[in-house]
Design a protein around this ligand. Structure first.
Ligand SMILES: Nc1ncnc2c1ncn2[C@@H]1O[C@H](COP(=O)(O)OP(=O)(O)OP(=O)(O)O)[C@@H](O)[C@H]1O
Length: 293
């Protein structure tokens, strides 16, 4: 079942392109990574999904419901963390979270229990005033707020910004637990290593359009290899090569293709040393971030 479905969505801000003819879908139970360079259209996509913006044309549905007509109904079943977290500051964390509970149907006792559990897990003091919180601690409030009502879909816009590595790990464990319980996750990020750690699938958006959708496992273990060679080896006639880097008497590159072809090619060359490893997502996707490629 498709949890999110976007078809030919276009949004211009005056003359500025937000997204253009954007299409993709997210299946139930996926942790779907959404990456792309600055200004690619990630936040615009999320704001459209949440009906904070109205599109010029195209369609978007969540759980089969229209994002622009049925948004209030949709919002009851999702959890959201915005890229920038801004709260009214003159209230305690507990008061803010208890207020946000009133938007959802369900047992308030259960919601409060979950609030206390999550606050303990993130070492967040519920009695503290919002104004007194650091950026990271405000982000923790947003994480708890997004999960308190047990939503079926999480939409996260760069959620780890401001979190220290320990808290990031706690957060990732939590997302994985939620996902095991059937929750679908739409995860926008700039940090490719975290997308690689967490997501099953990744879509790359560039200039307002999706340029690639891939399964992470296929990408990093099957389709691409990072090769480093020592010796005087001319690789110009080898196809499927990108990201070539030369250093002294060695060359490294990303190889995409049949591994037997690579081994066959190398067997005919004067190779002094070779290493073949799985590349990082960053190494694979760097081409989408580099202008002009
Ligand atoms: N309020 C606005 N007014 C005019 N143009 C805007 C506005 N918001 C976004 N844009 C433009 O829309 C395009 C997409 O922006 P968006 O914020 O969606 O990108 P993004 O992928 O989230 O970027 P980043 O990674 O920097 O957060 C950019 O060219 C941006 O300049």
């Amino acid at each position: 079942m498709k949890v999110i479905e976007v078809k030919k969505l276009t949004k211009y801000y005056g003359k500025n392109r937000g997204v253009e003819n954007l299409s993709f879908s997210v299946e139930e139970g996926e942790i779907f990574g959404f990456i792309g360079p600055n200004g690619a259209g990630k936040s615009t996509t999320i704001r459209l999904l949440l009906n904070f913006l109205y599109p010029d044309s195209g369609k978007a549905t969540i759980f089969g419901k229209d994002c622009f007509k049925d948004s209030s109904e949709i919002k009851k079943t999702i959890g959201y963390i915005p890229g920038e977290v801004n709260y009214y500051g003159n209230v305690r964390v507990k008061e803010l979270l208890e207020y946000s509970m009133t938007f959802y149907k369900g047992s308030k006792l259960q919601f409060k229990k979950r609030m206390i559990e999550l606050a303990e897990r993130f070492s967040l003091n519920l009695e503290q005033k919002i104004d007194e919180l650091s950026l990271g601690n405000k982000k923790k409030v947003a994480i708890i707020q997004s999960l308190i009502h047990k939503p079926k879909l999480l939409i996260y816009d760069e959620p780890t910004n401001g979190l220290d590595p320990l808290i990031q790990n706690i957060f990732f464990d939590l997302i994985k637990e939620e996902n095991k319980d059937g929750v679908t996750v739409f995860f926008s990020s700039h940090i490719l290593s975290e997308v690689q750690k967490l997501c099953f699938k990744v879509a790359v958006i560039r200039d307002g359009q999706i340029v690639s959708v891939e399964n992470i496992d296929d990408l990093t273990t099957r389709q691409y290899k990072k090769v480093k060679l020592s010796g005087d080896v001319d690789i110009t006639s080898l196809s499927g090569v990108s990201n070539i880097k030369r250093e002294n008497n060695s060359v490294s590159f990303i190889y995409s293709g049949n591994i037997n072809h690579l081994i066959n090619f190398l067997s005919k060359k004067d190779v002094k040393d070779v290493s073949i490893n799985d590349p990082s997502l960053e190494e694979i996707f760097m081409k989408y971030y580099t202008k002009g490629e």
